[in-house]
Design a protein around this ligand. Structure first.
Ligand code: TXA
Ligand code: MG
Length: 553
């Protein structure tokens, strides 16, 4: 069939002409046709989401498995009650903050949504894309547009209209060119039908941003590992081999310097390489597709699919891909690369283990850290690092001074007490301070562990709030019965029982740490020496497990 191609990259031109094209696209959709549509994430293949026959054509054209549901695209939260039931208040909170944008919410569906769209599930995925052309088309069409990514099944997603032409040209009614996608990876899929909400697919909206608004979010296992035969992912689409170029892909994780060296050791003349710009020069004989600078995840997200597609016309026999860490957009970029590799992942940091330790006062974190030192581990005290970099960095000082004028002395030293008073009582001020501190602290910690081997422990009160947990191979909650903690704090700090309780209650409770950490080290021992021994055994076993995992991927 003839596919109409509409160029709407520039919407500042002839208004009449643009409106006509948008009306024409909406008309095709209303009549049950298929239209390739631009969004900020990736291109979609749109059809009337309430029309079973139209939806069925999407599955045929994409060659999509029938059990993989489609998401509905709407123009705002006001559309939710038309398609969903039992909508929790967080859905509206999230929509207010992140729509239009790369967030798909899974909600209970109304009977108005046909089985064909949801693959028979009683839930439906909904999102409001952030692209003026597509929003105008949906508004004009007057119904929700069902749209999966426009690639044929198994291929990398399309981030330009040209990609869409390549994959489904001649088999759809129209392709609307809205320019290259600015985000570059698909939306984040969040299931709101369970508590806590569950991340089913990492995407263009970092999970940290969601957690800042609504608190802890569980991460579906399918996001980070290859599932076993009998396991089912929360999002049916996550189980399919995906994004795969023709040549087999190997993903190398780890600190950028080490992963680049690891790739250098492995490549041959017919290898293809996906790497950060800084390391492209290491591969003069190979075909290289640079992802962008190592610290620019936004650019890496924009380029990851193009990179995976680019090798297909080249004849490379294998592809090595350097993988960003899991923080921010890194989780989505890494997930796409790992899926392309069928989760064939090698960790260049296999000789380095980082444990993150956290827990309330009096639980025994200090003894636990000593146990790690007994095992030859090095402890990184985040509070100390913070003060160290503060002394040496004018930028850091200026950033704090701007938000907290007057907390530095004439000689430029921090008046800790004064700053403490400013943030102690006000949650909002503390958050402001933490945002600044984390911005400077995290790159410094990354730098310190980058080239390192061996065992490291990160000692941080705000392990999760800072995002430092994502630097760790395992996070450990040190917990203890409250009565024991009270006794210990009284003895250690020479304070009254009442004050000790006050201090303990002012902090996060064990439940919080238990819920967030990968494992728990409970200290119910009366003697610190005894606990130190127990902790040593605990860490010995943990290190063995992590090493084993790193060896076998
Ligand atoms: O950014 C995006 O989300 C793009 C653009 C076009 O909006 N669309 C997209 O759709 O990526 P698709 O179909 O390629 O991926 C949707 C994912 C699939 O993994 C699917 O299994 C999952 O969302 N999904 C859809 N409805 C679901 C539901 N009711 N429950 C669980 N997972 C669902
Ligand atoms: Mg897709």
């Amino acid at each position: 069939m003839q596919t109409i191609y509409y160029d709407l990259r520039d919407t500042k031109g002839q208004q009449k002409e643009i409106e006509d094209k948008i009306s024409a696209a909406a008309k095709i959709l209303r009549e049950g046709g298929l239209v390739g549509i631009p969004t900020e994430t990736v291109y979609g293949l749109g059809a009337d989401g309430t029309n079973p026959a139209a939806v069925q054509r999407i599955f045929e054209v994409k060659g999509r498995p029938q059990d993989n549901p489609l998401i509905l695209h709407v123009t705002g939260a006001q559309w939710l009650p038309r398609y969903c039931e039992d909508i929790p208040p967080v859905a509206y909170m999230l929509a207010r903050k992140f729509w239009p944008g790369p967030l798909t919410m899974i909600l209970k569906r109304q009977p108005t949504v046909p089985d064909e769209t949801t693959a028979g599930l009683d839930t439906v995925g909904i999102r409001c894309p952030n692209h003026p052309v597509t929003l105008a088309i949906i508004r004009e069409a007057g119904m929700a547009i069902a749209a999966p990514s426009a690639n044929t099944s198994g291929r990398p997603s399309c981030t330009t209209a040209q990609d869409v032409v390549e994959d489904v040209g001649g088999r759809v009614d129209m392709i609307v060119d809205g320019g290259p996608c600015t985000v570059g990876v698909e939306s984040t899929v969040l299931d709101l039908t369970c508590k806590p909400p569950r991340l089913l697919r990492p995407g263009g909206l970092p999970v940290e941003d969601i957690e800042r608004l609504i608190g802890h979010v569980d991460v579906d296992r399918a996001v980070t590992v290859s599932l076993g035969e009998n396991e089912r992912p929360g999002a049916p689409g996550m189980k399919y081999r995906h994004y795969a170029p023709k040549a087999p892909v190997t993903v190398i994780t780890g600190s950028p310097m080490k992963s680049a060296k690891e790739i250098e050791r492995r490549v041959g003349p017919t290898s293809g390489v996906i790497c950060f710009d800084e390391y492209a020069h290491l591969f003069p004989q190979q075909l290289v597709h640079p992802l962008g600078p190592r610290s620019d995840k936004q650019l890496q997200a924009q380029r990851v699919f193009e990179a995976l597609r680019s090798f297909d016309s080249s004849g490379v026999t294998e592809i090595y891909a350097q993988c960003p860490d899991n923080r921010g957009l890194g989780l989505a970029i890494g997930n796409r690369l790992k899926k392309a590799a069928g989760f064939h992942v090698i960790d260049a940091d296999s000789r380095r283990i980082i444990l993150g330790l956290t827990g309330g006062t009096g639980a025994g974190k200090t003894s636990a850290l000593n146990a790690l030192r007994d095992l030859g581990g090095q402890v990184i005290d985040c509070d100390a690092v913070y003060h160290e970099i503060l002394e040496g960095s004018e930028d850091f000082k200026n950033a704090i001074n701007e938000k907290f004028p007057g907390v530095f002395t004439q000689e430029g030293h921090l008046n800790r007490k004064k700053l403490g008073q400013e943030v102690f009582a006000k949650r909002e001020r503390l958050d402001q301070l933490n945002t600044i501190v984390f911005r400077f602290l995290i790159p410094e910690l990354e730098r310190r562990v980058e080239a390192a081997d061996g065992l490291y422990a990160i000692d941080a009160i705000n392990l999760f709030e800072s995002g430092l947990d994502r630097l760790c191979d395992r996070t450990v909650a040190v917990t203890a019965p409250t009565e024991l903690r009270v006794k210990r704090v009284m003895a250690r700090d020479q304070i009254s029982e009442q004050y000790a309780r006050l201090r303990i209650n002012a902090q996060k409770q064990d439940e919080f740490y238990r819920g967030k950490c990968d494992c728990e080290l409970n200290n119910a021992s009366e003697s610190p020496e005894e606990f130190r021994k127990e902790a040593r055994l605990f860490f010995e076993r943990l290190v063995e497990t992590v090493q084993e995992e790193k060896r076998h991927g």
